[in-house]
Design a binder for this molecule. Structure first.
Ligand SMILES: Nc1ncnc2c1ncn2[C@@H]1O[C@H](COP(=O)(O)OP(=O)(O)OP(=O)(O)O)[C@@H](O)[C@H]1O
Ligand SMILES: [Mg+2]
Length: 302
């Protein structure tokens, strides 16, 4: 049985914003007082970069999935936010073990569900996956309720959603609770209105009438996103820190009007506020979609 209120990302292509969206949506939902579990199933373990917790080798997560042992759960990475960390051992050694042993591969969805349930009760579970179509990616689709497809505006990223409908239909046959919510446009240049409109039209055609292209987009912001990742902070946290620094700079200037002293305070090269706003809007839209979806299931099963 699928885990209620659980979200994953389906996209074969790498670098389309899965991790950035996973961590920012999870972090904002936690800041909005939902109890959130973020599960990183990527050998790259990039959620650690965005949230700034120590990197892990993924050994305990891998063992939980292969042998059914208890996973390591990092509690309170932020208030209301727990994390099951990813890491290198979820890469080739893990996938080889699955290839060599059919029974392990068949047990994977059950083990994944058990691992997530063992961490506790949450209002939202967000799963970050590596790019590609591995057995691990398929197992995720067997246990979640909601799938998002992040897409960049370039043709190859859009074309990569080509077979999403077909893969989704296969997954849906095994998991009737699964809904393909739709595409999220990622790294959108703010002035690229025509490009954005074209991408929306193409995606609606590719995804079919049941899925949507989310109104909220994540704008192009390579400096802000890099700065946030380098600091191990989410966009809204960098925005809060820079707002605090701005206030401190004013206070320092006021206290030093004659300019007799140079007062150093934190300065950021980027403006994370706009990016933070985008993630706020996207989080609200995704949570709204999931609430509706859950209510529909409740009505259907009443
Ligand atoms: N708003 C943004 N605008 C432009 N680039 C961004 C933005 N946010 C993040 N990036 C950059 O885009 C790259 C991919 O982001 P991210 O890691 O979220 O994608 P991913 O789909 O998880 O990648 P992978 O497939 O490697 O797991 C990163 O280098 C990141 O710094
Ligand atoms: Mg990633």
């Amino acid at each position: 049985m699928a885990i209620a209120h659980s979200l994953c990302f389906a996209q074969a292509k790498g670098g389309v914003g899965k991790t950035s969206i996973a961590t920012n949506v999870a972090g904002l939902s936690a800041a909005a007082d939902l109890r959130v579990l973020l599960v990183d199933l990527d050998p790259q373990g990039d959620c650690a970069r965005d949230l700034g917790y120590p990197r892990d080798d993924g050994a305990e997560t891998s063992a939980a999935l292969l042998a059914g042992t208890e996973p390591a759960v990092l509690r309170n990475v932020r208030s209301n936010l727990d994390v099951i960390p990813g890491g290198a051992l979820l890469g080739d050694p893990f996938l080889d073990a699955l290839l060599d042993n059919r029974a392990l591969a068949d047990a994977l969805p059950t083990r994944l569900e058990a691992m997530i349930r063992s961490a506790g009760d949450y209002d939202l579970v967000v799963i970050d996956t590596p790019p590609g179509h591995t057995s691990l990616n398929r197992a995720v689709l067997a246990v979640v309720t909601t799938v998002l497809a992040p897409v960049r505006l370039d043709a190859s990223s859009i074309e990569a959603t080509n077979d999403l409908g077909e893969r989704f239909a296969k997954a849906r046959a095994l998991n009737p609770y699964l809904t393909l919510a739709g595409a999220v446009l990622f790294a959108v240049p703010v002035t690229a209105h025509r490009l954005e409109a074209d991408a929306r039209r193409q995606l609606l055609e590719l995804l079919g009438s049941d899925a949507l292209v989310f109104r909220s987009v994540v704008r192009y912001g390579v400096a802000a996103s890099k700065e946030a990742r380098d600091l191990g902070k989410l966009a809204f946290e960098v925005d809060e820190i820079s707002e605090g620094a701005r206030v401190a700079r004013f206070a320092a200037l006021r206290a030093n009007r004659d300019g007799s002293q140079i007062v150093e305070t934190t300065r950021f090269i980027s403006n994370a506020g706009a990016l933070a706003d985008d993630y706020h809007n996207l989080t609200a839209e995704v949570l709204g979609f999931m609430r509706e979806q859950h209510a529909e299931f409740e009505r259907a099963s009443a």
